[in-house]
Design a protein around this ligand. Structure first.
Ligand SMILES: [Cu+2]
Length: 76
């Protein structure tokens, strides 16, 4: 399991958050998606052997929420 924090400057409201959760959460390998609208970030937990980060970025681009930065989150 990998956890990342994606910076997505296009996030501006709760509707953006909903669209992103709807786009990512049904994907195989994605276990958790949460969106912080105030900080324009998406927290994503996923299994990299099932879905690649490149694929996640691709989906986000298709949704018109391009990812500008990816930070790995240390596992608790
Ligand atoms: Cu919005």
């Amino acid at each position: 399991m990998t956890s990342v924090l994606l910076t997505v400057p296009e996030i501006s409201c709760a509707h953006c958050a909903q669209s992103i959760v709807k786009a990512l959460s049904p994907e195989a390998g994605v276990t958790h998606v949460s969106v912080d609208v105030d900080h324009q970030q998406v927290r994503l937990d996923f299994d990299p052997s099932t879905i690649s980060l490149d694929r996640v970025r691709e989906i986000m681009e298709e949704e018109e929420y391009p990812v500008t930065e990816v930070a790995e989150v240390a596992q608790a």
